[in-house]
Design a protein around this ligand. Structure first.
Ligand code: PA5
Length: 448
């Protein structure tokens, strides 16, 4: 169960806002539930935890088992919504050091999430002497970064195993019917998984996009879906009292309305770092349009208290924190007693690291509130597949609500096209000649 604690933001708001916001939240909620809002054709994720394709789910589990048995490494190729969720869940539930750990599951290398020579070359080097498979993920099937990376790793597979075995080791996650990757997968006979038409990239982690790499890492994807389903049921209630997504979406909307332009997602758990990257894309791409939207940032405490702590405490007062907190686990490390007490820390001896963390969290948040930074606390049970399924669904649902409260389409990303067009034009893609000439003129003009 997820709880949203708003006690540290209330005194920044002069009057209770919930009643006034409820009709707008209800409208947003109805639009999400019925798929009748703007972008409603991309709300397939709303009922996904109940409606997902069981046959495909079993194929994902079988493919993950096969990869675990015939590969020491899996290369996952994808960018944005076709990358961040899987990495976030694997790092959060296994470890940011997953690849370095002793384990009976394959290493997982994420590539195609940028254009960097050294990243590709390094993964190629790391694969020397390791049996590997490739999961190429692209809904459109035409995104340049993953497509370029796929060329490299497909060639590497073919050189290593020959065409037939390479084909068996490639798993394609893409559109049901269209796109270059779909055509290639059909022509070559790669095992393929579908990104449903009605689910956009950043809302797709609970489809094959996220589930295959997550299952390869040994995470129980049935528990992940069960957590998401439980949160789906909670979020289906049109009620401020019981729906945590309403509470979160309402609070952040109200804070924004009061001049807070930046939302800083904070977690005291370093395993959460890539989930925060996923969250940033989800909210940044869903809300940031038509000159609107909170700017999503993230910090990892306590580490970032020694880098960003100063700004948070005393910088511009146009931000608030959203703090994700997981309940501690059983059997944690305790601070050892030291006879000499040279460091003066014996007052902590016998306490668990989580107890220290709890006090650090309480102290930090109180200081930030006193410094003029409100916070919203999102309290989760201990970190496991079920809890993470809940949290993913919760953030998606609150994001959909937030987009509708802002009156934007939370499911498109027209702004992402601008860089792509320019990049294609400068690289000389057929059809972009005129734009290319104009851009070169601007570039060389500005260099004069
Ligand atoms: O959320 C989105 O839609 C984007 O971040 C996409 O996931 C990203 O651009 C990758 O697109 P594709 O999966 O088509 O390669």
């Amino acid at each position: 169960m997820i709880g949203v604690d708003l006690s540290n933001m209330r005194h920044f708001i002069p009057l209770p806002y919930e009643m006034a916001l409820t009709p707008r939240l209800r409208l947003a909620h109805d639009r999400l539930q019925s798929g009748t809002g703007v972008g409603g054709e991309f709300t397939g994720w709303v009922h996904l935890p109940e409606n997902y394709d069981r046959e495909e789910f079993s194929r994902i589990q079988a493919a993950a088992g096969r990869i675990r048995s015939d590969s020491q490494a899996l290369v996952v190729i994808g960018i944005g919504g076709s990358y961040l969720g899987a990495r976030g869940v694997i790092e959060c539930l296994c470890s940011p050091n997953y690849n370095l750990k002793k384990k009976n599951t394959p290493n997982i290398y994420f590539v195609g999430n940028g254009l960097d020579n050294d990243q590709l070359a390094e993964v190629e080097e790391l694969l020397a002497g390791q049996d590997f498979s490739v999961n190429v993920i692209s809904k459109s099937g035409t995104t340049t970064e993953p497509a370029v990376a796929f060329r490299f790793f497909r060639k590497l597979l073919e050189e290593r195993y020959g065409h037939e075995e390479a084909t068996r080791r490639i798993y394609a996650t893409t559109d049901r019917a269209k796109g270059a990757l779909k055509s290639l997968a059909a022509a070559e006979g790669y095992e393929s998984f579908v990104v449903p038409d009605d689910i956009g990239g950043r809302y797709s982690v609970l489809t094959a996009v996220g589930l295959l790499p997550i299952a390869v890492a040994g995470i129980d994807i049935e528990r992940l879906m069960a957590g998401a389903k439980s949160m789906m049921q909670t979020c289906s209630l049109a009620d401020m009292e019981t729906n945590p997504a309403w509470q979160y979406a309402g609070a952040r909307y109200e804070l924004q309305h009061r001049g807070m332009e930046i939302e800083v997602l904070a977690c005291f758990d370093p395993f959460f770092r890539f989930m925060a990257e996923w969250w940033k894309q989800l909210y940044g791409e869903s809300e940031g349009k038509e000159g609107k939207g909170l700017f999503p940032a993230s910090v990892e405490y306590t580490a970032d208290l020694h880098s960003m702590g100063q700004y948070l405490q005393e910088g511009r007062r146009n931000l608030f924190e959203t703090v994700v907190r997981f309940a501690p686990r059983e059997g944690e490390l305790t601070v050892p007693y030291d006879e000499e007490n040279g460091d003066g820390l014996n007052f902590l001896a016998g306490k668990t690291i989580s107890e220290l963390k709890q006090q650090a969290m309480d102290g930090t948040l109180l200081a930030h509130v006193e410094g003029g930074v409100p916070n919203i606390r999102i309290c989760c049970e201990e970190r496991n597949a079920f809890t993470l399924g809940e949290l993913i669904y919760f953030f998606c649902y609150a994001c959909g609500l937030s987009g509708y409260l802002l009156d934007v389409n939370p499911f498109d990303q027209p702004g992402v096209e601008a860089y792509k067009k320019n990049m294609f034009a400068l690289l000389g893609k057929p059809g972009y000649e005129e734009l290319g000439r104009g851009l070169r003129e601007k570039l060389h003009g500005s260099q004069r």
